[in-house]
Design a protein around this ligand. Structure first.
Ligand code: GAP
Length: 514
């Protein structure tokens, strides 16, 4: 646990020190659970967004992208169910006066049991050495099976209570498990109450006639209300998808764990419209497709797992999360939801407009069913950033901090470093930048010894450092250093463009998905 906490602290300090993420309005002591992306962070975030967008919109000829407004007609949220059902179950501790999400308290309790399973695995791995088979151990060890059964029972009971809106039973479960407030240590709890997560605002200057609006809590509704427009103008045939990325807002009560749970965040969502009764087949396809996208980034297969929901949102007939192993444990990274025809039907009812599709293949008009994929861009950022950040002990015993970012996502693709600030080397370096800058985001650094400059680039994840030295003047060659292996090779300047492109270009990475 202490190791995990240390790792997380390192993520926080590195994100700030190297210009990735700052607390919002820091000079005024910040605003809780709101963050700004700094120069390197904005570049990394843009690259993640582009990789998602191109994988969705460019690689699939039946998916188009839109960019709908954050403000929407307030009836949207009545229709979608967010006004009535977008609630979190909250509970207060009477001694510390701290407020918690009741389901998170119970999940954290289960995470502790999961920690015990991990301990058993570690002990066994040590005992059995090379002969250790983790899967076999997990499925046969009695103590582990007992822990797992306990977790499953608790989560399934909680799921049932929440689904039935039985908040008295949720409180009773917290008491039965003897969960104490992490701050006061007491079990002096209030009743569990529902709390709506949408932020309200007003449209119009005159207080008496101003219209009540909400900041959208998900981007998906902007897609639903545009379904008919996009289908007609794009002459889209079912099955087809509409994708979009954009800001969403939620008045999260338990806003914590840095950019994992924010009040203003960004989603990358895709709604895939299908013929009724084919949704489970598409749901399975999209689960597989999305996991493949994640795995293509090379952050390690062992860091992902599916979690099928017991408690379904008001709109879904099946739902699963792709969970990622963050520094604080496995948590939701992306949701894949089979949303039925709930949203389009609800918008038909509230707007009085037909949101149907005439299927020429079967000569039937119907409201399409929807399979949604929804991933948080900020959570993707945290997953990539925290996994890439590593302290590596080198052969000479020194430690280098390196961000082994998937090179397609790195803020800078290459740094150009003149060995010295004189003898015409900076001028040659700038000529190289001027040639490569049309294809890649480049950076230039001439300050300090070259070894220190390498470390600075390692710390922000730049895949290549290109050093211009005196030999360059004689034979037009440079040394290129690879971030992960630290190996250097001498290459002709004329080969740089292809060498870099082979490793970092979007097309190289997208081809892995096809
Ligand atoms: N349209 C479906 C939807 O919004 P969700 O599971 O509530 O489903 C989808 O959210 C994704 O959005 C989550 O998997 C997570 O990555 C991200 N997300 C949700 N709330 C968030 C928050 N407060 N801060 C950061 N990311 C969040």
């Amino acid at each position: 646990m202490a190791k995990q906490e240390d790792k997380f602290k390192k993520v926080l300090s590195h994100a700030k020190e190297y210009g990735f993420v700052f607390q919002s309005s820091e000079i005024y002591d910040g605003l809780s659970a709101v963050y700004d992306y700094a120069q390197n962070g904005a570049a990394l975030k843009n690259n993640i967004r582009t990789y998602w967008w191109q994988a969705m919109v460019q690689l699939n000829d039946n998916i188009v992208g839109i960019d709908s407004a954050i403000f929407m007609h307030p009836t949207t949220w009545k229709a979608s169910g967010h006004i009535d059902a977008f609630n979190d179950p909250l509970i207060d501790n009477k001694d510390s006066k701290k407020r918690y999400r009741a389901d998170v308290l119970i999940e954290d309790y289960c995470a502790k049991i999961e920690g015990k399973i991990e301990k058993e695995v570690k002990k066994a791995a040590k005992r059995f050495g090379d002969a250790f088979n983790k899967d076999e151990f997990l499925s046969t060890n009695n103590r582990v099976l007992g822990y797992q059964e306990k977790i499953d029972t608790i989560l399934s009971r909680m799921g049932k209570y929440l689904e039935n809106e039985d908040l008295v039973a949720v409180k009773a479960l917290i008491e039965e498990l003897e969960i104490a407030c992490p701050v006061s240590g007491s079990r002096n709890w209030t009743d569990v109450k529902q709390f709506n997560l949408m932020f309200g605002t007003k449209l119009g200057a005159d207080a008496s006639s101003a219209m009540d609006l909400y900041l959208r809590p998900e981007t998906a509704q902007g897609i639903f209300v545009n379904f008919a427009n996009v289908q007609k103008t794009g002459r889209m045939k079912i099955p087809f998808g509409i994708a979009q990325t954009g800001k969403a807002f939620r008045n999260e009560i338990v806003a914590r764990q840095f950019i994992f749970r924010m009040r203003e965040f960004e989603q990358m969502e895709m709604q895939f419209f299908v013929r009724p009764n084919t949704q489970s087949e598409w749901y399975e396809k999209w689960k597989e497709n999305r996991l493949k996208w994640h795995l293509s980034l090379g952050l390690g297969e062992e860091n992902y797992r599916f979690h099928d929901h017991d408690k379904l949102a008001h709109y879904a007939d099946a739902a699963a999360d792709i969970e990622f192993k963050f520094p604080f444990g496995f948590k939701e990274l992306e949701g894949i939801h089979s949303r039925t025809d709930f949203d389009l039907k609800a918008h038909e009812k509230h707007s009085g407009k037909k949101l149907q599709y005439f299927d020429h293949e079967i000569n039937v008009s119907y409201v399409p069913y929807v399979v949604e994929t929804s991933v948080g861009l900020d959570r993707m950022f945290l997953a990539v950033f925290s996994t890439a950040l590593q302290d590596e002990t080198l052969a000479d015993g020194s430690v280098r901090t390196v961000m082994k970012l998937p090179s397609v996502l790195a803020p800078y693709k290459a740094a150009i470093l003149p060995l010295v600030k004189k003898d015409g080397l900076p001028e040659i370096a700038k000529t190289i930048i001027n040639d490569l800058k049309f294809d890649f985001q480049m950076t230039y650094d001439e300050k300090d010894a070259v070894g220190r400059r390498y470390r600075r680039q390692d710390a922000i994840g730049t895949p290549f450092c290109i050093t211009v030295d005196h030999q360059t003047k004689e034979d037009n060659t440079v040394t290129i250093r690879h971030r992960d292996t630290m190996q250097q090779e001498r290459v002709a300047i004329s080969t740089l463009k292809n060498m870099i492109a082979d490793e970092v270009s979007m097309s190289t990475w997208l081809k892995k998905l096809d």
